[in-house]
Design a protein around this ligand. Structure first.
Ligand code: ZN
Length: 593
């Protein structure tokens, strides 16, 4: 279950944080107060999740009573789950307060030096709690099965601004003290904090951008359709229930594309490419306001309920706002990513919709399989029952499970009662079971196609069969990121040096400012040992810490002895700038054999 918490004895209903961001010590320190509902009258201790926390003091109190110091014990740590914190709790107490400090290497925090920011003058801190890293900066019940509201006071150096995924109390700017309130009950993995030289630019009454000053205008232009996306999603799946929807653009070391922190999505700057071609990321994180944040996977093995649903919703939003062409490309590219992920993972269970996470940090099982296989499953249901019927079904799913944590079993029961039995014969139980358990795409899946990507393949074939690179360049002039990525990714893995360099000269691929295009080009360069691209690749791998963009490059390089040497050399320069979760992924890839 990835948690030590004894949630059959106590559940947290409300959390009160008072934390100081100490940039000199790279530590968050202060107090966390958990207001509890007791479920077992005989329980004498509460067990909380922690990882690398220094615990100074524990106290308990009854609702209005005074605080009294109490005993605690920190169990030995395991690499997967950290340490259980056992706090003795008297029968009448229903509050526990822990005074603590996070470690400089806290897995859920990244402390950036000024040099690692775009402004270069002030430091930056951000958190990433999903899946089980909230425990590295707050002692709590770190499981998506428990939902709580919270209030937080965050103390920072006076020239910095703190933003949390919560309502901000106005009037704090410049004081160094920021207060937040999260009135909706959320699971611990959605607690989020960023501190830096952050400025805000509104896009509509309820949407805006938080970013460093140098990034804010470009981000507001790229993401200007956010309000329209919200309206579109509301029309399909019901009201947006979180008040504001802002985007916080992080420095490029953010290890993920985006993180759906409620009210404020945290996003990588690598999707700001000037033509809105990568705004599916916003559609995705926004969709989580329904699938994930509103209706939440109860365990990390049910992750597909968050990500498969969200990937399906993401493409429906893209289709409604940007048209079928882009949505179809996204679906076909998703299919290719799914095949690649199934090749890359080493545990067979990780090829299925529900990986077996026993004893594992869910992050170690992370792949796109729950995303893409889940989305294909829902597209299959849509095709079998018709779009209108399926849309109504999904809307009911969200309405009836709002602010709840749900299991795959609950979804299957809801599916049977509301769709399968109402339309007998359309989809069989055996088909549903195959979607859940197969390590492949079921033979009866409804496969996406894309005319646009077929045209890309025709252009590719014409060039491979002797067409001129100049005529290829004419075709590519209007291509979006997706078309470029598909073109480069679908080229043969071995090409002559002459062909590669003529392509590079004509299409300027080594110097592409688009991180997605550069990524697939560097992979092709590695498989051909096209060393002209290596200096640019090295700069890229040092500047960007997004796992999806850098990890495959390390993996490709590590496949040959020479390549591994280069990878180790690049990593020596890059590692300090990476987030702890990216570091642990690359450490594992490059460890000496
Ligand atoms: Zn997601």
């Amino acid at each position: 279950m990835a948690t030590y918490a004894n949630i059959d004895a106590f559940v947290t209903k409300h959390l009160l944080l008072d934390l100081t961001a100490d940039f000199d010590a790279s530590s968050l320190r202060g107090t966390a107060e958990l207001q509890l509902e007791r479920r077992d009258p005989r329980a004498t201790e509460i067990v909380l999740d922690t990882r690398d926390l220094r615990i100074q003091k524990t106290e308990t109190a009854s609702r209005n009573g005074p605080w009294t110091a109490t005993m605690f014990q920190l169990d030995p740590a395991t690499p997967a789950f950290g340490s259980a914190l056992r706090v003795t709790i008297p029968a009448e107490a229903d509050r526990v307060r822990i005074t603590y400090a996070s470690s400089p290497s806290a897995k859920g925090l990244q402390w950036l030096t000024p040099a690692q920011t775009s402004g270069k003058k002030l430091p930056f801190l951000f958190s990433q709690a999903q899946a089980i890293q909230a425990r590295s900066f707050i002692p709590l019940q770190d499981t998506p099965a428990v939902r709580m509201t919270y209030d937080a006071t965050i103390r920072v150096p006076k020239d910095l601004v703190a933003v949390m995924a919560a309502e901000a109390t106005p009037g704090d700017k410049g004081s160094g003290v920021f207060r937040f309130r999260m009135p909706q009950a959320i699971p611990s993995y959605l607690i989020a904090l960023a501190v830096g030289d952050l400025t805000f630019k509104a896009m509509s009454d309820r949407t805006g951008i938080w970013a460093e000053p140098a990034m804010v205008d470009a981000a507001a232009r790229e993401f200007e359709d956010t309000e329209q996306m919200i309206k579109t999603t509301e029309a399909l799946y019901g009201p947006y229930r979180w008040g504001r929807y802002d985007l916080l653009v992080l420095p490029p070391s953010f290890p993920f594309g985006g993180m759906e922190n409620p009210r404020v999505t945290f996003a990588t700057p690598t999707v700001i490419v000037g033509d809105k071609s990568l705004v599916a990321l916003v559609a995705h994180e926004l969709a989580h306001s329904w699938s994930g944040n509103l209706v939440t996977n109860a365990t990390w093995s049910d992750f597909w309920l968050n990500e498969g649903f969200t990937t399906y919703l993401e493409r429906r939003i893209v289709e409604a706002v940007y048209g079928k062409r882009l949505a179809e490309m996204e679906r076909v590219i998703g299919l290719r990513d799914l095949a690649q992920a199934r090749t890359d993972v080493t545990e067979p269970g990780d090829r299925t919709l529900q990986p077996d996470l026993k004893g594992r940090d869910p992050d170690d099982a992370y792949s796109v399989v729950p995303y893409e296989q889940g989305a294909l499953f829902l597209s299959f249901l849509e095709a079998k029952f018709g779009r209108d019927t399926f849309d109504q079904f999904l809307r009911r799913w969200f309405d009836e499970h709002a602010f709840q944590s749900v299991s795959t079993g609950q979804f299957l029961a809801f599916l049977t009662n509301n769709l399968l039995s109402a339309h007998p014969g359309a989809v069989t139980d055996a088909q549903v079971q195959e979607w859940l358990h197969t390590e492949a795409i079921p033979s009866f899946a409804v496969m996406p196609t894309s005319d646009a990507l077929e045209k890309v393949e025709q252009a590719r074939d014409a060039w491979l069969n002797g067409g001129s690179v100049e005529s290829l360049a004419k075709t590519t002039a209007t291509w979006s990121t997706q078309e470029w990525v598909h073109f480069i990714d679908s080229l043969p893995r071995k090409l002559s040096a002459e062909r590669l360099s003529s392509l590079d000269r004509q299409l300027k691929l080594t110097d592409s400012p688009n991180p997605e295009i550069a990524h697939v080009w560097f992979r092709l360069a590695i498989s051909n040992r096209y060393s002209t691209a290596y200096p640019a690749m090295e700069r890229y791998m040092v500047a960007i810490g997004r796992r999806k963009l850098v990890v495959p490059l390390y993996r490709d390089l590590a496949a040959t002895p020479d390549g591994k040497k280069l990878a180790v050399k690049i990593y020596a320069k890059a590692r300090d700038g990476y987030h702890p979760v990216a570091q642990s992924t690359v450490d594992a890839l490059l460890k000496p054999t």
